[in-house]
Structure formats: C-alpha cells, structure tokens
Design a protein around this ligand. Sequence first.
Ligand SMILES: [Zn+2]
Length: 173
Amino acid sequence: MSNLIKRRTFLKASAISAVALVPASGPSLATASSASGGFTYEVTRTRAEWRALLSRSEFRILRRGGTENPNSSQYSRRMPRGTYKCKGCGLTLYESSWKVVLDLGWVFFKHSRPNAVLTSIDDNPSYDTSAMSQDAMIEAHCRRCGSHLGHIVNVRDQLLHCINGASLRFAQA
Ligand SMILES: [Zn+2]
C-alpha cells in the first residue's frame, strides 16, 4: 500500500480548496460495483460486453473507478444546452443548466436528476487524497448500471458533483 501511495504523484490544484484530483499512475482498485453488496443493477453486462462497449480508457474509468486526466474532455468547458447521459447505459443523469463551468479540468454539476445517481464511500480513490479535509470520498455512480461517474466534492465551499467527461454522453437539446 505504501508503495502505491509513493507512486502517486501529488499535484497541488490551488483552485480546489478542499480536494485535489490527480489521476494515479498505479492500478485503480475502486469500482462502483464492488460497493453493491448483493444489490443488482438494472443494467448488467459481462466484462467482455463492457470491454466491447467502451474504449480502454472508458473501461478503466467507468468500470474500474479510474479518473481521467484533467481537461481531457470537452465537456469540462462550455457546451450548448442539453443533457448528459451515462455512457454505460444511456440514463439521463445531468442537465446543462445544473452545470458549473470551472477551470479545473473536470465536469461539475450542482446536482443530478432525481433517481439517477447513487453514492457510496470510496475508500480507495484513484488519486491522492492527502490534501482533502474529508475522512472519506463520496463516490458517485450510475443508478442503472453502476458505472463510476466521479465524486461529490467540496469546491470553493460548494458541494458539487465532479464527473469524468468520459463517463458521460452529451445530447444537445
Ligand atoms: Zn449507467
């Protein structure tokens, strides 16, 4: 475990007061489905089916709880009006009017649609949490297929959904 922590690089993101989101170079062990505890998601797929549906990096993020590199998604910037759906199953999760555009590299929303996003405790996030004030991270995943979306974090005194663009598919209104 200590070796894993040592391998992780810590980049201070000064704009994020309480959290720093830095993708780890090491393996990510956190998965949304691991928190299911017998709960069966409405949409389930075999590992092979997920591999066929998603790109390599999308699989790492959605199914392994990974975190995309900052600014790797166009969705982190201003977008036309529309909705953001789960890339794993197509469930509509967020609307553009709830989006908060921050120059931090990920996609932020004030909240999700009702009955769209579930949360769990992420005790093994895929990035260094040493600068965080929280005891544990709150992980956000799709209610219908369990795919990892991101985390719920405190940014500039706002509790926001900090979401990987790779977990979303935008549909213009
Ligand atoms: Zn889904």
